[in-house]
Design a protein around this ligand. Structure first.
Ligand code: GTS
Length: 234
């Protein structure tokens, strides 16, 4: 069977831009994917200041990302790809090794399912908690807050931690036997959990042990998010 994986010399790849907030949990997902794929040298990072609300400015929404979020990938022909999962799929398809989104139909299906669960049950839930029940990005950016909704999402995220702990009691990685985009999404979730001071309960030992292992990976441990968390920890 012929493979549709394209092997290429990454130095020939045209430069890409990433609209980025370097310590943010979602942008960190793409930064980890880039590091895994060894594509950092092909990317120019363009800082968009979330705390100044630059991502909600009409020009950014009209010209870069309708959803008003980061990260956004811009190719040299001006094509824009938003959403961490979509950006990771694109980067992963550029070259074969390591594979972050699966090789076989089953791997692809399971990775996609677990990646979506990491978003629904953990990362996006914590994001809602951050924006609705904490000062979030500050009063100029957080123009509508519903604290009750945020607290419900915080509790959902705690249930999500329990779910991923159960998963990781049975298998070494979030989607099975190999590191994947789903692990990256859970890492993003736990970075966000630290930012909002929602630590993983000690009883979730499998999740804690997995996270410690993840932070040993070169693609993960050098991320700006971790230095910011260390600098701001009590
Ligand atoms: N579904 C989007 C994705 O997967 O890319 C969510 C992206 C997202 O929420 N990004 C955050 C953002 O833009 C960046 S960060 O909080 O991780 O730094 N938040 C700003 C806002 O106002 O929602």
């Amino acid at each position: 069977m012929s493979s549709d994986i394209i092997h290429f010399d990454e130095t020939q790849l045209p430069m890409m831009k990433i609209y980025d907030f370097p310590s943010g949990p979602y942008p960190t997902r793409v930064r980890i994917a880039l590091a895994e794929k060894k594509l950092q040298s092909r990317v120019q990072f363009v800082m968009v200041d979330l705390y100044k609300g630059e991502h909600k400015k009409p020009e950014f929404i009209a010209q870069k990302n309708y959803s008003g979020t980061l990260p956004v990938l811009e190719l040299d022909d001006g094509t824009l790809v938003a959403e961490c999962t979509a950006i990771t799929e694109y980067l992963d398809a550029l070259d074969g090794e390591p594979t972050l989104t699966g090789r076989t139909p089953l791997e692809k299906g399971l990775i996609h399912m677990m990646n979506k669960r990491a978003e629904l049950e953990l990362l996006d839930a914590i994001s809602v908690y951050f924006h609705h029940s904490t000062p979030g990005l500050g009063p100029d950016v957080e123009i509508y807050q519903n604290p009750e909704w945020g607290f419900r999402q915080r509790d959902k995220a705690l249930r999500g931690m329990q779910y991923f702990d159960d998963v990781l009691k049975r298998q070494p990685f979030v989607a099975g036997e190999a590191f994947s985009m789903a692990d990256i999404a859970v890492i993003g979730g736990l970075i966000f959990a630290s930012i909002v001071k929602l630590p993983v309960p000690p009883k979730y030992e499998a999740l804690q042990a997995w996270y410690a292992r993840m932070q040993e990976r070169p693609s993960v441990k050098n991320q700006p998010a971790f230095s910011v968390l260390t600098a701001t920890s009590d």
